[in-house]
Design a protein around this ligand. Structure first.
Ligand SMILES: C[S@@+](CC[C@H](N)C(=O)[O-])C[C@H]1O[C@@H](n2cnc3c(N)ncnc32)[C@H](O)[C@@H]1O
Length: 279
């Protein structure tokens, strides 16, 4: 029998039961709560993929989503398509000022290295902004930076560290000169994060909705910005229970400016809006 494939040009309808099954899939795997109003958005993001692999409809597609989340698996591809990865360099500047003016000076005398974790790093703009701040303000003293995300697609982009030139807009000029290289020839119109900085960031796939390995150790600062907005209250609470033990006493947790841990955890002290501290 010939394989039934999706007709080009014709919409592939996403019926309510399949939409519910996709909502359940992304909630179970990633903790992401998609509202019932997001049916058109889901169809818009997945339809091209169904066509690409010649899948006749969402019922058949759902059968491909079982199994482990590993690079190349269809479950991973679906997650890549269903996550929202919007980010930019020096987003929410106040956090970088706080890091440079408050956190790093207080740690200047400690002999141990400063450890920072960008826990939903998207395509790398956030960790590279942290790395530039660290390189500038730590002098030769040791630091390390872990950057993780659930989406393999954005991690690949982050690791490459190449961005359209317009993305450089918010990078302070002296950082741009010190840590970025303008593309020439076939790379014109883009810029690259300098290798000396790129190599200092450890990128890793990590699902915040799953148990964390003990081996992560303790961090001075965890950036957990603009990811909990996709989670419901129980998921946020469970995540904080897993994450807070990885903060050093006195360490900081940064969330997005529109986020709050009010009602989520009482284990941290509010230092400033969107900045929390481990007692
Ligand atoms: C809107 S971006 C925020 C990026 C960056 N932190 C910022 O504030 O600019 C949200 C990121 O969270 C990631 N994400 C969503 N659910 C996740 C999960 N369960 N575990 C890890 N990362 C997740 C997405 O892949 C996406 O890259």
């Amino acid at each position: 029998m010939a394989k039934v494939t999706a007709g080009a040009g014709r919409n592939i309808p996403l019926a309510e039961p399949e939409f519910q099954a996709i909502r359940e899939f992304i909630y179970r795997r990633a903790g992401i709560h998609l509202s019932t109003a997001k049916r058109a958005l889901v169809a818009g993001r997945l339809e091209k993929r169904l066509r690409e692999i010649g899948c006749p409809g969402y019922r058949a597609y759902l059968e491909l989503l079982g199994g482990e989340l590993r690079p190349g698996s269809e479950a991973q591809r679906a997650i890549d398509l269903l996550t929202t990865n919007e980010t930019y360099f020096f987003r929410e500047q106040k956090h970088f000022d706080f890091l440079a003016e408050r956190v790093l000076p207080a740690l200047a005398q400690t002999s141990q290295g400063v450890r920072i974790w960008s826990a939903a790093c998207s395509s790398g703009e956030e960790p590279y902004s942290i790395a530039m701040t660290l390189a500038e303000h730590r002098g030769g003293r040791p630091w390390s930076l872990l950057a993780t995300d659930l989406s393999q697609r954005v991690l690949d982009r982050a690791q490459a560290g190449i961005y359209p030139i317009e993305r450089a807009e918010r990078i302070p000029l002296h950082y741009l000169r010190a840590y970025c290289l303008k593309g020439v020839g076939s790379r014109a119109g883009s810029f690259a994060v300098a290798r000396k900085l790129r190599e200092r960031v450890e990128f890793r796939a990590l699902n915040l909705n799953a148990p964390l390995a003990e081996t992560h150790g303790l961090f001075d600062v965890i950036f957990l910005r603009n990811v909990m907005i996709y989670f419901d209250l129980p998921t946020k609470q469970a995540l904080c229970r897993r994450l807070i033990p990885h903060l050093r006493p006195g360490g900081y947790l940064f969330v997005g400016h529109s986020e709050s841990l009010n009602g989520v955890t009482s284990d941290l002290i509010v230092e400033a809006p969107s900045i929390y501290r481990c007692p």
